[in-house]
Design a protein around this ligand. Structure first.
Ligand SMILES: NC(=O)c1ccc[n+]([C@@H]2O[C@H](COP(=O)([O-])OP(=O)(O)OC[C@H]3O[C@@H](n4cnc5c(N)ncnc54)[C@H](O)[C@@H]3O)[C@@H](O)[C@H]2O)c1
Ligand SMILES: O=P(O)(O)OC[C@H](O)CO
Length: 323
């Protein structure tokens, strides 16, 4: 199975490296011509994954038509660009969606946006606790591969599995997507707690009460509870909420230290998906009648509605309730 990867940020490049680890050829489509040039000339993506020598089998292209030669496509664009980029991809190929987010304007999950952009393509979702740099170095990683078609899921799992990269199969596509999208917003909240010096008790409370919010939203959208408790939900939530290696956590830390969101988000090259997903998630939750107070608080911080201490006070002053 020849793999193509659409999107040559840190994660797309790391996944291309995984898929080429056995000496196979992998075609990596990049948005920026300088990334195509760097990968092909120097075997390094110096813009998005510097310091990682890439296998000779990873070849970059800026030509979507070249992906026609691939049997399956990993889609690793920023979530808000997925629909537009996929619309230009070759039709009918199995798509493995690796982006984490909810689409602004439609409130759609990536699988729903992809199904509209490429109506004839079978869809899987690959999501879990996976910092790109660690995966690219071959450090042990487990991940959820969700697919409605078990035979296709098994074929793709067999193709991408490595000794240090272990996919677990699921048929809950929606559940795998919701975990990855919601955890980014909650990670911003945990970063705020870090930046504002609120302590580790606060972080643990945000993780577990945030997980309850993820569960309520997931239930409203048809996700299974055990998927949310797995790698793509709780696993990724714990990872992203614990380290400044996370772009979302780091963004929150900056907010907690008092830097306005517009300053933190201006001119950044890498993507902190939670900043885009937060308002879409809040609106979708309100519409579905799902209570998500931590997500609401993160939105208020991103929108600079009030200083951090006032937002934290309001979160803590909510009526007492059963767990
Ligand atoms: N980095 C990780 O560790 C990691 C792990 C798992 C999932 N993800 C997810 O993968 C997706 C891609 O993240 P990443 O970390 O690879 O990206 P990145 O932050 O490393 O790079 C930014 C990406 O955005 C692209 N881009 C910039 N402007 C664009 C435009 N106008 N149109 C289209 N593309 C544009 C760039 O080409 C590049 O691919 C995100 O949804 C992210 O949540 C990332
Ligand atoms: O750096 P972040 O916050 O986008 O997190 C990267 C991955 O999603 C972790 O699984």
């Amino acid at each position: 199975m020849k793999i193509g990867v659409i999107g040559a940020g840190a994660w797309g490049t790391a996944l291309a490296q995984v898929c080429a680890a056995g000496g196979e050829e992998v075609l990596l489509w990049a948005f920026e011509p300088e990334v195509v040039e760097a990968v092909n000339a120097a075997h390094e993506n110096s813009l998005y994954l510097p310091g990682v020598p890439l296998s000779a089998g990873v070849r970059a292209t800026g030509d979507m038509g070249a992906l026609e030669a691939c049997d399956a496509l990993l889609v690793v664009t920023p979530a808000q660009h997925l629909r537009a980029i996929l619309a230009n991809a070759p039709a009918g190929k199995p798509l493995v969606l690796c982006s984490k987010g909810i689409e602004a304007g439609t409130g759609m999950l990536m699988s729903e946006a992809a199904a509209q952009a490429q109506p004839g393509s079978p869809i899987c979702v690959l999501s879990g606790p996976t910092f790109a740099h660690e995966v690219a170095k071959g450090l042990p990683t487990a991940i959820t591969l969700a697919c409605g078609d078990p035979a296709l899921g098994q074929k793709i799992a067999a193709r991408i599995a490595r000794p240090g990269f272990r996919p677990y199969l699921s048929d809950d596509v929606v559940g795998a997507e919701i975990g990855g999208a919601v955890k980014n917003v909650l990670a911003i909240g945990c970063g705020v707690a870090e930046g504002a010096g609120l302590g580790l008790n606060a972080r643990a409370s945000l993780i577990s009460r945030g997980f309850a919010e993820m569960g309520r939203f997931g239930q409203a959208r048809g996700a299974r509870a055990e998927t949310l408790a797995g790698l793509s939900g709780l696993g990724d939530l714990v990872l992203t909420c614990s380290s400044t290696n996370s772009r979302n956590f780091s963004l929150g830390k900056g907010l907690g230290e008092g830097t306005p969101a517009r300053e933190l988000l201006a001119n950044r090259r890498t993507v902190a998906e939670g900043a885009f997903t937060a308002p879409v998630l809040r609106d979708a939750a309100r519409q579905a009648g799902v209570d998500m107070p931590i997500v609401e608080a993160v939105c208020a911080l991103l929108e600079d509605k009030a200083p951090t201490d006032r937002i934290v006070e309001a979160l803590l002053a909510r009526p007492l309730r059963p767990e």
